[in-house]
Design a binder for this molecule. Structure first.
Ligand code: RI2
Length: 295
């Protein structure tokens, strides 16, 4: 939890692989590849929901097993990791440029949690000289909304912090909603910070466009072969302090939830603005994904 945001988590995971390769002290290629596999598994297992972490880490080890020397393998992993970090940061900038066009001068927008992609879009519109007002949710239980309001206030943007349950009360005065993504499935379902799906429902009811700002490495190739996304559950102490409630009370603390594609107007990606129904074909185009299990 010291690293927040699915994009930053992915870059940190890829960089950890780069660091592992650069500082590896053994002298056997075989042993290095085995240890690298172990490092990959450990890092991916640290956060189960955001596929960006898996995609970032796997892009850092891409092709490494075909290296013919240890030095070549180490250099390849380190270069891959740097390339991923560069392209991932560039993707966030591209999303900001594309998404900013969806905000008109004088608009009020709403965002949830802390997404660098969504915040980038809002800041992008402000940099274009548009006057933008923002409602940012507190985002219980970790209150990442505090990070968002600080970032927006530092950029000179008019921002109002609301508790999560106030979303519907303000939705009528909102022109667009922008959220980030932890994972997007092949059938266009968004997995994002818990509370996102309620916001999407409220936006849908009020006919407010709901945009997801997401780099394409948030698309999950695992979902193509039928895997479902594991929703991380976190410690009960995040919700209530020990001793605050009777011991007999159970606490359920899921960190993410899923929003069906029918509530999403568009995904704003570095590849452009795409409808949720096009995720599968974009995945195939970018990664050459073959239909799984086809003879
Ligand atoms: P960026 C965050 O979750 C939020 O759910 C946010 O919408 C998403 O990651 C994407 O953030 P967490 O990983 O990649 O901090 O746009 O739990 O920064």
């Amino acid at each position: 939890m010291r690293i927040r945001g699915a994009g930053r988590i992915a870059r940190a995971g890829a960089s950890a692989i780069g660091e592992f390769a650069r500082t590896y002290e053994g002298d056997s290629l075989e042993r290095f590849l085995r240890d690298l596999d172990g490092a990959v598994a450990t890092i991916i297992a640290s956060r189960p929901t955001a596929v960006s972490l898996r995609n970032g880490v796997l892009s850092a080890v891409k092709g490494v097993s075909s290296a013919s020397t240890l030095e070549e393998a180490k250099a390849m992993a380190a270069e891959n990791a740097e390339r991923f970090a560069r392209s991932s940061s560039k993707a966030v900038e591209t999303i900001a440029a594309i998404g900013a066009k969806r905000i008109k001068d004088g608009d009020t927008v709403l965002t949830h949690c802390n997404s660098s992609a969504a915040v980038g879009v809002i800041k992008g519109a402000s940099r274009q000289g548009k006057s933008v007002k923002v409602y940012a949710t507190e985002t219980r239980p970790w209150r990442q909304g505090i990070v968002t309001v600080r970032e927006l206030a530092d950029a000179g943007i008019d921002v109002t912090l609301i508790v999560d349950s106030a979303v519907r009360s303000v939705m009528r005065s909102v022109d667009e909603v922008f959220v980030g993504a932890d994972t997007i499935t092949s059938d266009g379902v968004l997995i994002n910070k818990v509370g996102t799906s309620q916001i999407a429902l409220a936006a849908n009811e009020a006919r407010v466009p709901f945009y997801v700002c997401a780099e394409t490495y948030k698309f999950s190739p695992l979902t193509l072969s039928g895997d479902t996304v594991v929703i991380e559950e976190r410690d009960a102490a995040e919700v209530a302090k020990p001793g605050e409630i009777p011991d007999s009370v159970k606490i359920f603390n899921p960190v993410f939830d899923s929003t069906p594609g029918r509530y999403i107007d568009a995904l704003i990606t570095e590849e452009g603005l795409i409808p949720p129904g096009a995720v599968y074909s974009v995945m195939c185009r970018l990664w050459g994904v073959q239909t799984p299990f086809k003879e």
